[in-house]
Design a protein around this ligand. Structure first.
Ligand SMILES: Nc1ncnc2c1ncn2[C@@H]1O[C@H](COP(=O)(O)OP(=O)(O)OP(=O)(O)O)[C@@H](O)[C@H]1O
Ligand SMILES: O=c1ccn([C@@H]2O[C@H](COP(=O)(O)O)[C@@H](O)[C@H]2O)c(=O)[nH]1
Length: 315
């Protein structure tokens, strides 16, 4: 089986990514073993043998015996030749495809299927996705968990805003437009930012991550879990649109965010329903969603959240 590890290098704003192919070819299925030949025991009949006079015990026909031995040797020779040919084909990988028998080529293709390996193993990191509609209170509750427990909070939206504001970023313009329009920024950018931030935190000895506002689209979910880390579970913060709208408009009075205005908010709600809810449904199908009702006060929501998380992992 071969394994693939990809290392995106967005940190300096470049889109380049380095893919290290760790290819360890599976050995082809073992060659057929030479068949065991039946060993024929030849009795020796001496002239003085008392049974030699018994007409039912005639000496074996020497020519028949020789024939059997010759036929056996022939089959053995042909079998050895065929095994040697297969060994040569396997050893000499420089042979052109057309020279390799189809059957062997098919075996090789099956054995070299590339399987992606996440950058962080389940032993190294515990990743919790935090999803929910715009303004539901994800950031507020993540801040509570960071204050009280050993979590690292990575908000995809915050990372994108920081990249947008970074001098010299080649994605600044693009991110700015996507955020204002409530659209989802291409996953390569967001995943590279998250991965770099995780790498820094792991280097500092952290292992528990709250990935807030991500994945918001199925392609992000699949790619992140293939390339970066597999999630433990998803927290889904649930609230009516009316309540979220009131919270966002209130926040918009001071946040300075380009998308905390009624036009952008409507677009964000639509994107959430059309694009992000399928991600929650996807994880729900895997029994990996913890739903947290969020209409009550911040404190009440937090108490419920702690209770629900501690049912699933030790806090
Ligand atoms: N339970 C709550 N009751 C009342 N107000 C709340 C509650 N939770 C959060 N808020 C307020 O609602 C606003 C949005 O909260 P927050 O920024 O945490 O939401 P979010 O889900 O992270 O938003 P976004 O998706 O836009 O990043 C904030 O002003 C916050 O103080
Ligand atoms: O994975 C993501 C996360 C966010 N975005 C864009 O950012 C804004 C704001 O996100 P918040 O979580 O509300 O801070 C969001 O509307 C998207 O435009 C993204 O593209 N991909």
């Amino acid at each position: 089986m071969a394994s693939l590890r990809c290392t995106p290098l967005l940190r300096t704003g470049t889109a380049a990514s380095v893919c290290r192919l760790r290819s360890s070819l599976l050995l082809l299925p073992a060659s057929p073993q030479p068949r065991a030949f039946a060993v024929q025991t030849v009795r020796s009949y001496s002239a003085g043998n008392s049974s030699s006079n018994d007409p039912s015990k005639k000496p074996p026909n020497v020519f028949a015996l020789l024939g059997i031995i010759l036929a056996g040797s022939g089959v053995f020779y042909l079998l050895s030749k065929s095994m040697q040919k297969e060994r040569e084909v396997r050893r000499d990988m420089k042979l052109g495809d057309s020279e390799i028998p189809t059957e062997i080529r098919e075996k090789q293709a099956a054995a070299t299927t590339v399987v992606p390996v996440p950058a962080f193993s389940k032993d190294e990191v515990k990743v919790i996705f935090v999803l929910g509609g715009p303004g539901v209170g994800k950031g507020t509750q993540c801040a509570n968990l960071v204050r009280d427990y050993d979590f690292v909070h990575l908000s995809a939206g915050d990372l994108l805003r920081a990249e947008q504001a970074r001098e010299g970023s080649e994605y600044g313009e693009l991110i700015s437009t996507y955020i204002r329009e409530g659209k989802i920024v291409p996953q390569e950018i967001t995943i590279a930012l998250l991965r770099n931030a995780m790498q820094d935190a792991v280097k500092e000895g952290h292992s528990k991550f709250l990935i807030d506002g991500f994945p918001r689209k199925m392609d992000q979910a699949i790619k992140f879990e293939e390339d970066v880390a597999v999630s433990e579970f998803t927290l889904y913060f649930d609230c009516s649109e009316d309540v979220m709208l009131q919270r966002l408009l209130k926040r918009g009075e001071t946040s300075g965010r380009s998308d905390d205005n009624i036009e952008s908010i409507k677009k964000r709600f639509k994107t959430f329903v059309d694009t992000s809810m399928p991600v929650i449904d996807y994880y729900r199908g895997q029994n990996k969603v913890i739903s947290v009702p969020c209409e009550k006060t911040k404190e009440e929501v937090y108490d419920l959240l702690k209770e629900k998380i501690s049912d699933r992992m030790s806090l």
